[in-house]
Design a protein around this ligand. Sequence first.
Ligand SMILES: [Zn+2]
Length: 104
Amino acid sequence: MPRRARLGEAGGRPPVRTCIGCRSRADQSELLRLVADGLLVLPDPRRRAPGRGAYLHPDPECLRAAEKRRPWPRAFRAPGRYDASRVAAYFAESHALESVAVKG
Ligand SMILES: [Zn+2]
């Protein structure tokens, strides 16, 4: 089936993004948005930060996979050695699963 790129318009279906950790696709609302501030990867749970976002399941396993794979330069379209420690801290401090994966 051909896939049409929609620019931000949610025409009934929520946008689907690929998790940079496990590489599976999920509704954008089920994923934690990440943005880069320089080479620092920051969580953007409100999805308000400008710039290019990357998406990750709010799951420590996915973060671990992402840290191994280091998909950041491609995700943010800028080379460099990124620091994802803030994301790890976010996972550790807050109950990311609760704040992101709210259903119904
Ligand atoms: Zn994942």
